[in-house]
Design a protein around this ligand. Structure first.
Ligand code: CP3
Length: 348
């Protein structure tokens, strides 16, 4: 069966229709980090596997945790269980995920020589992710679409230079100011790798792609224009087959420029005013978001009323409901369900 036919026979394709800008009978919903520690069922599989990376690299288990939020939470899409850091690893930088701390790279990029030593990822280098996508497509049995993803080149660059998470990513920004030429060389290599990787995801059957520019908000508007947007543009132009969502966390200053790219959906975080975003982005793109994840610490009534307010502000069409960033691991599963059920019951 070819890709078009698979898409055509999805039992629930409401998220894809909204991404394409079509009118839908209700607002579709999924959550960033929906597969993860918020689910006891995830924690059980994770415990069995030992480490996060072992889980990531075992397609059968990656498939199992990808399906969990579809079965348990009733979301309108699955997102393949993986991580944005598989790209730096495939390019030659190994990392470990340190419990309750986050990623730590063995080596970081310091100069031109380090950049030249990096490989460009080829389509079959991340075979374990591709295998997980194929297994998941089969197991989903066309119930809901499957979302593939990658980090934006700037965000991947930031981890490669810094070697871990950081509040300021000062080392990565220093590199932009002191070695701009080499910064562009590295961003180019990451972009080529990312395009190969995303094309392989599409060939394996993902229905939609999301690009996470998690550290967009630490750049100045000028730096964003120079060091992030051109690379996002290259990715969007290289993959016309499926709708692409660009989620540039904190890049309120770049909303208008993002709207000029070849993407179907723009993700908003909770700092971005909804009406202002629509005015800046124009009527064409679908918007995704943008509830503050901390709302889900509130009582059920507050969750319901605030979610309905958000839905009203988006206006019911060209909207995919989501949080403004990923779910926090200590949120109660029933509160997550409350958010999802409120969206699904809302009459446009
Ligand atoms: O459900 C999903 O959204 C799919 C899976 C997914 C993960 N990471 C799994 C994960 C996705 C889409 C990501 C993307 C990702 N990874 C981003 C972009 C989104 C964002 O949050 O801004 C970033 C910056 C990363 C890098 C990363 N991975 C960090 C900084 C951390 C440590 C922080 C943390 O939450 O522990 C991770 C680990 C990670 N990635 C976990 C999961 C479920 C937690 C691992 C565990 O202990 O089980």
């Amino acid at each position: 069966m070819n890709k078009q036919l698979i898409t055509a026979t999805l039992q629930n394709d409401i998220l894809l229709r909204a991404a394409r800008g079509e009118k839908t009978e209700r607002v579709p919903v999924w959550l960033m980090r929906q597969a993860g520690r918020v689910l006891p069922e995830y924690r059980a599989v994770r415990k069995q596997m030992g480490s996060f990376k072992d889980l990531l690299k075992t397609p059968e288990f990656a498939c199992e945790v990808t399906l969990q939020p579809v079965d348990i939470l009733g979301v309108d899409a699955a997102i393949i269980f993986s991580d944005i850091l598989v790209i730096p690893e495939a390019m030659g930088l190994n990392y470990e995920m340190i419990e309750s701390k986050g990623p730590l790279f063995e080596k970081t990029i310091k100069n031109k020589h380090d950049i030249e030593a990096l490989q460009i990822t080829q389509a079959n280098d991340l075979a374990y992710v591709i295998q997980a996508i194929k297994l998941t497509k089969r197991a989903l049995n066309n119930r809901v679409p499957l979302i593939g993803f990658a980090g934006a080149p700037w965000t991947i660059f930031a981890y490669m230079i810094e070697g871990s998470g950081s509040k300021t990513f000062a080392q990565a920004k220093k590199f932009l100011y002191t070695q701009p030429e080499w910064a562009h060389l590295l961003l180019d290599k990451i972009t080529q790798s990312t395009i190969h990787y995303l094309q392989a995801q599409v060939a394996a059957g993902v229905n939609l792609l999301q690009i996470f520019d998690s550290w967009a908000g630490i750049l100045s508007p000028q730096q964003y224009t120079s060091f992030s947007l051109p690379y996002l543009k290259r990715i969007c132009d290289a993959i016309p087959q499926v709708p692409i969502t660009l989620f540039a966390k904190g890049a309120f200053f770049a909303r208008q420029q993002l709207s000029e790219l070849n993407c179907a959906v723009i993700g908003l975080d909770w700092n971005m005013d909804i009406a202002e975003s629509r005015a800046m982005i124009g009527p064409d793109k679908t918007l995704q978001g943008n509830m503050d994840p901390c709302l889900l610490y509130a009582d059920y009534n507050t969750i319901k009323t605030e979610t309905i307010k958000m839905l009203q502000q988006f206006g019911g069409h060209k909207h995919i409901a989501n949080l403004g960033h990923g779910l926090y691991p200590d949120i109660e599963k029933d509160k997550v369900r409350c958010f999802i059920d409120t969206v699904k019951e809302y009459k446009i």
